[in-house]
Design a protein around this ligand. Structure first.
Ligand code: AMP
Ligand code: MG
Length: 319
């Protein structure tokens, strides 16, 4: 069965209600969606992605009422954050209710949940109910930000990939949890630590690349292109040293061109980190198609969304 890219929302809803897995658009990255109530479809997500069963999925809902049905506690800080960021790309880890199947949460007592901010995805959730969806990439690969990226990863095996355009945010949601009412950031993402702190005050970030992981998905090698990837400020030196190699370059804002480069891309000429985040995976997908010897990526300034992008780049280059 070839995976079909389509804008037919009703067809996608029907497929999900019949227990299929469908490619779904979100504002962060594309997902592999299934109704949370269909455990066969949930199993198939893990199989398609080759994702370890110990790595739980995020549940997407379209209302606070649904969130309350799926959780047993909603701390004050969670309410404040929900008011400010939902619908949006903030995922909260909360104590789960019995309604949430254990396969979704890897038998944990918590569920990671959010209300996404994508009109097509929200309509789909309204028709189907809560949808569990991890990113629509094979385990450890870069997340897809267009329907075409999903079809490239899964040319067969999905009855439908719902096309909702290019993802506005372009990197995954930020995942937070609560430890004795303290906010803990488990995964840096498309909402910056600074934005969260502007609502609830100081938070703790526990996703360090060399630390231990409270969030099971934060393994070191993740978000990796096939092409060997080097993150460096010394792009010119690499190009000089490897003159006979086929090299691709991604820069933050500078678009002055290097000689002897097969393809060079600039994330945001105006130096806007939001624009850079929206482009980073899409650009890595472009370079990954070119059969390069390696790609060189300039690190971002390490604040706001630059910190989230640098986190992904570190994981993309871990050997
Ligand atoms: P993905 O859907 O591919 O963006 O990955 C979802 C991530 O959410 C996983 O890698 C987990 O790290 C995280 N996650 C999901 N459920 C939980 C949970 N109950 N507690 C902590 N982290 C979670
Ligand atoms: Mg993922």
């Amino acid at each position: 069965m070839n995976s079909l890219i389509s804008k037919d929302l009703e067809a996608a809803a029907q497929l999900l209600l019949n227990g299929n897995v469908v490619g779904v658009p979100t504002e962060t990255v594309y997902g592999l969606g299934a109704s949370i109530y269909n455990t066969t479809a949930i199993d198939y997500i893990f199989e398609l992605k080759k994702r370890p069963k110990s790595n739980p999925l995020i549940v997407h809902t379209s209302s606070i009422e649904q969130v309350q049905k799926l959780t047993t506690a909603f701390p004050d800080k969670a309410k404040q954050l929900a008011n400010y960021f939902w619908p949006g790309s903030l995922t909260m880890v909360l104590p789960k209710s019995a309604t949430v199947p254990n396969q979704i949460t890897a038998n944990k007592s918590t569920v990671a949940i959010r209300i996404p901010n994508h009109p097509v995805f929200l309509k789909l959730i309204d028709l189907v109910g809560p949808i569990a969806a991890p990113s629509a990439n094979p385990y450890e690969r870069i997340s897809p930000t267009t329907a075409k990226h999903v079809a490239n990863y899964f040319p067969t095996g999905l009855p439908l990939i719902l096309d909702g355009g290019s993802c506005e945010k372009g990197i995954e949601s930020t995942i937070i949890g609560f430890d004795d009412h303290e906010v803990i950031v488990y995964r840096l993402g498309s909402i910056s630590v600074e934005e969260i702190e502007s609502i609830v005050g100081k938070v703790t970030v526990k996703n360090e690349v060399n630390g231990t992981y409270t969030s099971p998905g934060m393994v070191l090698k993740h978000y990796a292109p096939i092409t060997k990837t080097i993150v460096t400020n010394s792009i010119e030196e690499y190009i000089d040293e490897f003159r006979n190699k086929k090299i691709g370059v991604i820069r933050f804002k500078d678009d002055s061109t290097f000689p002897n480069v097969a393809k060079q891309l600039t994330l945001s000429k105006k130096g806007d980190l939001t624009e850079a985040a929206a482009n980073i995976y899409a650009f890595m997908h472009i370079l990954d198609q070119l059969k390069l010897d390696f790609m060189l990526i300039e690190p971002m300034p390490n604040n706001s969304l630059g910190r989230s992008i640098n986190d992904r780049l570190k994981r993309a280059t871990h050997l």
